[in-house]
Design a protein around this ligand. Structure first.
Ligand SMILES: Cc1cc2nc3c(=O)[nH]c(=O)nc-3n(C[C@H](O)[C@H](O)[C@H](O)COP(=O)(O)OP(=O)(O)OC[C@H]3O[C@@H](n4cnc5c(N)ncnc54)[C@H](O)[C@@H]3O)c2cc1C
Length: 261
């Protein structure tokens, strides 16, 4: 590992001020530290944001659930309030990685990293999430840009994620048996305003499958998905699954999610 300067920021303003194109924020460190150890990434400055109290915690209102950026996966998984209003979100967090990862990894780190196989990006799209940073609010559809790419600027700190409480929702994934990352994951959410079918793991970036959501708008049942054609064009193909297999799994896991709603 190369040498770097370690900073523990006292507040968001200081964290943002310390940031540069050669820095990384340290939240759970579950991506940043292994990447540095393996020589895949190196930084001049590591800015620890874990001590900033404002960034952690869960607030539930009548219409929304707001989760602070450094809130750990285990806290979301165990939250009685989240289990009550969006049980699928708590279940998603419970299915991330292993106990070690869930006790260190954070929701802000997960969405900032935007791994194509990560679980939380699908929740953000399905639950019409608003990403709140130190200088703006961005709707999830505009936040995730591509493989490991978001609209975040280098000095921008995610402060919280605000999820809309749906009428019904469910998340189902085919987990990689080693890491638990999604080979394919589908998050279905029915809101008063419409239906979202967010897919992760299948392509280079999370996306909303409008063909499946259109079919579900006419008839919210698993059988409505039978006649939807999911193309394998643009889907990932790797040692875990071919593009054709992933396309089929999108349908299979969308049906499972609707059945479980
Ligand atoms: C073995 C293993 C298995 C895993 N399995 C899964 C899985 O099944 N599903 C899944 O979804 N994920 C999985 N993960 C990912 C993990 O859950 C974390 O969410 C992820 O590693 C990033 O979160 P972190 O808090 O550790 O971020 P860090 O590693 O601390 O940071 C990652 C990146 O995010 C940036 N960042 C962090 N916080 C902020 C912020 N508040 N504002 C702006 N930028 C920020 C940092 O600058 C850095 O670039 C796994 C990881 C490991 C190591």
């Amino acid at each position: 590992m190369k040498t770097f300067n370690y900073h523990s920021a006292k507040d968001v303003k200081e964290a943002s001020k310390l940031a540069s194109p050669n820095s990384a924020f340290l939240a759970g460190g579950m991506t940043t530290l292994p990447s540095m150890k393996l020589g895949l990434a190196s930084y001049k400055d590591i800015i620890d944001i874990k001590k900033i109290k404002k960034l952690s915690g869960i607030k539930v209102s009548a219409k929304t659930v707001t989760i602070g950026a450094t809130t750990k996966h285990v806290e979301v998984a165990n939250s009685k309030e989240i289990k009550k209003v969006i049980p699928s979100l708590a279940a998603l967090a419970e299915g991330i990685g292993d106990p070690q990862v869930r006790n260190r990894g954070t929701i802000g780190g997960s969405i900032a990293n935007n791994d194509p196989a990560a679980d939380y990006p699908s929740a953000c799209i399905a639950l019409n999430a608003m990403i709140i940073t130190n200088n703006r609010k961005v709707i999830a559809d505009k936040f995730f840009r591509g493989m490991f790419e978001t609209c975040l600027k280098k000095t921008e700190v995610i402060e919280a994620i605000e999820f809309e409480i749906p009428q019904k929702s469910n998340y189902q994934k085919l987990p990689n048996p080693a890491s638990r990352y999604a080979v394919v994951g589908v998050y279905v959410a029915k809101h008063k305003s419409g239906i979202n079918v967010a897919v992760t793991g299948a392509k280079s970036c999370v996306y909303n499958d409008s063909d499946i959501s259109d079919a579900l708008k006419k008839n919210f049942s698993a059988s409505a998905i039978d006649n939807v054609k999911v193309s394998s064009s643009g889907m990932n193909s790797d040692i875990h699954a071919s593009a054709d297999y992933r396309a089929n799994m999108v349908k299979v896991f969308a049906k499972k999610a609707v059945e479980a709603c």
